[in-house]
Design a protein around this ligand. Structure first.
Ligand SMILES: [Zn+2]
Length: 257
């Protein structure tokens, strides 16, 4: 399996082999540079691809033998969340909201509405800093604890699901999660709803990737997403999919007792 440990052992072994071979035979030391570059490129790929499980075991899809899918909304609560909640209710769908602590403090009533409507709420860090990938494990843990406390204050229970900002993973985040005991939740359908301009193109992209067991990454911070959601929910119904929460899809408890 392509994990940090396996790739590091393989690279170190190759490096040692080249070093010994270069001292005994006419082999160039430049092979060492190539091996280090190979190792580094895996590190970059692994830290930016949560579904790879390179640093952290993550849940990025559910069973493929059932017609269930999970819609997930990141970065709220936000005023747009209200339109998202309305649409989900209209179409009888349940979803999972990965909330930012700072946003919960800003919009506690909207956060409460997500809970009251029966959706799952989960941790998406406190600050959603652009530098989250460079935080120490202590700082990551601090962010998770802070948001857990805010969620517990309103939901009554501590969440067990965490999605790192930007889906970034590394050894510091792994160490923090070992202490906080959160499950890392990824996705296997990236809507790119914050990057793609055309609503039609976003919908087309999701439809092309949606399969039984899919976890779809969306953001309840953009009007565009709310507009796409109505069409997506109609498509989900027509295709006989059932939109459930992540905990229902992967059969894990979303809160601590
Ligand atoms: Zn995010």
């Amino acid at each position: 399996m392509l994990t940090f440990k396996n790739i590091s052992i393989a690279s170190a072994t190759a490096l040692l082999f080249v070093l010994v071979a270069a001292t005994l035979f006419d082999i160039s030391y430049s092979w060492c540079v190539l091996i280090i570059l190979f190792w580094l490129s895996f590190l970059v790929w692994g830290s930016s691809t949560i579904q790879s499980g390179f640093f952290i075991k993550s849940f990025s899809k559910g069973p493929q033998n059932l017609n269930k899918i999970a819609l997930t909304f990141d970065d709220g609560p936000h005023p747009i969340t209200l339109s998202v909640l309305e649409l989900l209710e209209k179409h009888g769908a349940k979803a999972t909201f990965f909330c930012i602590g700072r946003q919960i403090e800003k919009y506690p009533h909207i956060f409460q509405k997500i809970i009251d409507n029966g959706h799952t709420v989960a941790n998406h860090s406190y600050s959603h800093s652009n530098n989250f990938g460079f935080f120490s494990s202590k700082r990551v843990k601090n962010e998770l604890d802070k948001t857990d406390a805010l969620i517990k204050k309103q939901a009554g229970k501590k969440p067990t699901f965490f999605r790192p900002p930007f889906g970034v993973t590394n050894l510091h985040i792994k160490k923090a999660l070992q202490k906080t005991k959160h499950h890392a939740i990824g996705w296997n359908v990236r809507s790119l709803d914050t990057a793609i301009e055309s609503e039609k193109a976003i919908l087309k992209r999701i439809k092309a990737r949606l399969k039984p067991g899919s976890i779809v990454l969306l953001h309840d911070t953009s009007k565009k997403t709310a507009n796409v959601l109505e069409q997506l929910l109609i498509y989900i119904k027509n295709e006989k999919f059932e939109a459930v929460t992540v905990n229902q899809l992967i059969n894990l408890e979303p809160y601590e007792d």
